[in-house]
Ligand binder design. Sequence first.
Ligand code: 5AD
Ligand code: SF4
Length: 448
Amino acid sequence: MTAPRKKLYIRTFGCQMNVADSQAMAQALAPDYALAARAEDADLFLINTCAIRRKSEEKVKSLLGSLKVFKKTRPQLLIGVGGCVAQQEGERLLAAAPHLNLVFGPRALRRLPELVARGQRGERPVDVELTPGIAEEPCTAQPGRVQALVTIMQGCDNFCAFCVVPYVRGREESREPAAILREVAAFLAGGGLEVTLLGQNVNSYGRGLPESVTFPELLRRVAALPGMARVRFATSHPRDLSPELIALFGELPALCPHLHLPVQSGANRILAAMNRGYTREEYLDRVAALKSACPGIALTTDLIVGFPGETEADFEDTLTLMREAAFDAAFSFKYSPRPQTRAASFPGQVAEAVKAARLARLQALQEELTLRSNARLVGQVSEVLVEGASRRSPRELSGRLRSNQVVNFPGPPDLVGRLATVELTEAHPHSLKGRWVEASSTSWPLVA
Ligand code: 5AD
Ligand code: SF4
């Protein structure tokens, strides 16, 4: 008889890419470790970290600190820190936390079993090599689930002046299309419904591959796989959003009518200082093209306030751009200086109080825009992919529209993991309420 597997607990911070990486960690360690639902049961506790802003880094360090006491009650517990803070801090984390057993960056996932084995032998390995090798990385789609995150590329070569990603995730590397298609096909064959293709900048997919294949070509092939109900992708850089990709929103039935297109600022001066490679006008042209290719497409974005040198007039340009683009939702952040990035040493750093006041104004405007766009959906009968019980009320279910808005509605628990048809009845600032109409959408043939 084989020994029972040990227990692994992973705490994930940050973006969808990190969620996918945590799934890859679980996959890589699956021969020896089963996932534990509770941290208390763990033999191995991994923290997958985010370094995008100082606040995210602080959260990681405070969790690591609290694990010191936790480990006193479980001396056999191995603790590892992975992800972007691990890459950034490396050895320094080991020095600061004597209870920490291993440190590994986002490009070391395939070597994780070996690193854990070394940790068990009492070594304290650090692996922050940014070596290519995406082909050997474990898959991230989890069999038996209905939604999958599928990594199609890693790294970023854009070097936006504020962003730490190119330093902690290394150079761009695309995964072979055949490997992606195999992973997605296997996931769909197991009953999967929704696939999100992930990369820091999906528009540059395919560079450096032996087979010349662009992102639109990959998307066409993925969307055509039998059983695909919904496909999404993230993240797209506005500079490289091609007319060919825009047109696909009107052509591929499985491609969801939602695009996350981070604009960061509405002021040309600031966009240039950020090294974004597009102007406000170019961005708005692309928005117009998207809306004409796919009327009703939902657009979401990321915004930064208080980038070095941002004046009141620059900030107001961001507010007017938000109205013109009529974003359906936005993630917004106060600029946070990051190690190694160019903007950290720019003159004109903006005072914290100014950043806070601008963020509050921006978020109030977005709330108004989101509410208005949600209100337009009221009365429609739409397809919802039911993800689970609603966070607010356990008697309600929660899911997402094809255009990505969250919908909560009363319904039977066996709808979880299925497509449901829901009449949208009420708009709220962050979600909609609905009334369940029937179990399986009539608008979408699941098996063509
Ligand atoms: N400060 C604030 N926000 C940042 N982002 C990236 N780097 C920083 C930073 N230094 C935001 C951007 C990006 C999102 C993932 O995080 O808006 O699109
Ligand atoms: Fe960061 Fe810019 Fe790359 Fe996005 S495109 S990960 S913001 S450097």
